[in-house]
Design a protein around this ligand. Structure first.
Ligand code: NDP
Length: 240
């Protein structure tokens, strides 16, 4: 039986590349998304990967979503916490709503999702949890106090949970992408994007596939001794 993988935010951008890579590696994949039905339906049609709509920011919706996926595909072996948003602004202009939206999705979303699959992984003595953090959680970024805090929190969550899961055969790892050419980054004004690229030693944005291949490796049996780790995939922009 194929292992079952759930990818949050799995219908667009980096998440779509992850869903496709895991399907190609033989997993039975479910892609979650939040609201962009058009993109999700196009993704489903193109890839044959089923899509499931709910917000990772809502605990009860995550519970119901995972129950539905497990009824359709079977117990979840691999969880990729990829869904993320930005609400950028300098701190003196950042509203409580901007703070809360980013923390609820990018940090609490990991609790809401992982909590649903963790007991089953412990029982079956196998699991892979892969959290998509960010270079800006490692180094901080002006205009992103909310995002940097959430993404740094994802790394603490990864390391704590890796210790709890180790004896139960569950690995928990994080990937910190640098700037990748998705809608999130293409929404940044071109001039700012050019300034960002100038700071990347390899001289280009990353490709979603370059993150997806890291995920496929961490999900595989070959990565069984790797837990609590962070892979920095950022073209050399930040070396921690
Ligand atoms: P995109 O904006 O291209 O896609 C985001 C995906 O997340 C979409 O599928 C979206 O669903 C989904 N999503 C957003 N909010 C929620 C929610 N509350 N519940 C469920 N799904 C949600 O983002 P990227 O592909 O660029 O980013 C993916 C991850 O990688 C994020 O965590 C991001 O922070 C991180 N990252 C990205 C970098 C980059 O340069 N692009 C750099 C470093 C990290 P819908 O389609 O319905 O809107």
């Amino acid at each position: 039986m194929a292992r079952v993988a759930v990818v949050t935010g799995g219908s667009r951008g980096i998440g779509a590349a992850i869903s496709i890579a895991l399907k190609a590696a033989g997993y039975s994949v479910a892609a979650n998304y939040a609201g962009n039905d058009e993109a999700a339906e196009a993704f489903k049609k193109e890839t044959g990967i089923p899509v499931y709509k709910w917000s990772v920011a809502d605990y009860d919706d995550c519970k119901a979503g995972i129950e539905k996926i497990e009824a359709d595909l079977g117990p979840v072996d691999v969880l990729v916490n990829n869904a993320g948003i930005t609400r950028d602004g300098m701190f003196h202009r950042m509203t409580p709503d901007m703070w809360k939206a980013v923390i609820d999705t990018n940090l609490t979303g990991l609790f809401n999702m992982t909590h649903q699959v963790w007991p089953g992984m412990r029982e079956r003595k196998f699991g892979r949890v892969i959290n998509i953090s960010s270079i800006n959680g490692q180094k901080g970024q002006a205009g992103q106090a909310n995002y940097s805090a959430a993404k740094a929190g994802d790394l603490g969550f990864t390391k704590a949970l890796a210790q709890e899961g180790a004896r139960a055969g569950i690995t928990v790892n994080a990937i910190c992408p640098g700037y990748i050419g998705t809608d999130m980054v293409m929404a940044v004004p071109e001039k700012v994007r050019e300034q960002i690229i100038a700071q990347i030693p390899v001289g280009r944005l990353g490709e979603p596939d370059e993150i997806a291949r890291c995920v496929a490796f961490l999900a595989s049996d070959d990565a069984g001794f790797i837990t609590g780790s962070t892979i920095s995939a950022n073209g050399g922009q930040f070396m921690s």
